[in-house]
Design a binder for this molecule. Structure first.
Ligand code: NAG
Ligand code: NAG
Ligand code: NAG
Length: 163
């Protein structure tokens, strides 16, 4: 069901707004999907600017081929000033499954005519051994700088390889 909602594609939209604060990096996955990120010693914070309404998916895949599984992702949604946000995982090329332990935390969710903005944070090591993927800042930096290689399952469900 989520996947059906994900495929609305609005080619006329482009992200335009500036990030809510200064970030360490910008990974331009697609003109329609920008990922700002920053880290401290324990956490990574992302801010997505996505030129779409409806569900937005973003996650990490431990699969070196860049496949969406095994993956650790969020799905978020903003509509009529209400937001939805959840920590999910994937075990196959199919609908993500809600984690029993919610370890990615929403900081901000907004929507305007042009885009959806989701800002969220998680610990590098979340303690959810079952469904989350541990990450390291150095690995992410490497992969973000080579992001084109790993981009896009779809404009709305995008994975970064952390293996
Ligand atoms: C690291 O970032 C997280 C998420 O923003 C925050 O909760 C935590 O307090 C920060 N740690 C330090 C030492 O600033
Ligand atoms: C990684 O993805 C490929 C498909 O591209 C799949 O065949 C393989 O089983 C996946 N690896 C794991 C560990 O799931
Ligand atoms: C959305 O929520 C914010 C904060 O709760 C409020 O200030 C704003 O007026 C609301 N906007 C709409 C369109 O309801």
């Amino acid at each position: 069901m989520l996947f059906c909602l994900c495929v609305l594609f609005m080619v006329t939209m482009k992200t335009s707004s500036v990030p809510t604060e200064t970030f360490e990096g910008l990974a331009l996955m697609d003109p329609h999907f920008q990922v700002y990120w920053k880290t401290n010693h324990s956490h990574i914070t992302f801010e997505l600017h996505v030129a779409a309404h409806g569900y937005v998916g973003f996650g990490l895949t431990a699969n070196a081929s860049g496949a969406m599984y095994p993956g650790d992702l969020i799905l978020g949604y903003v509509s009529n000033n209400q937001s939805y946000f959840g920590d999910y995982h994937t075990t196959r090329h199919g609908q993500p499954i809600l984690d029993a332990s919610q370890d990615w935390f929403l900081l901000l969710a907004t929507e305007d005519n042009d885009e959806t903005v989701l800002k969220f944070t998680r610990a590098f090591n979340t303690q959810d051994k079952q469904d989350d993927i541990d990450i390291t800042a150095s690995r992410l930096r490497v992969h973000f700088s080579a992001l084109a290689v790993y981009a896009s399952f779809s404009p709305y469900l995008t994975f970064v390889t952390v293996q």
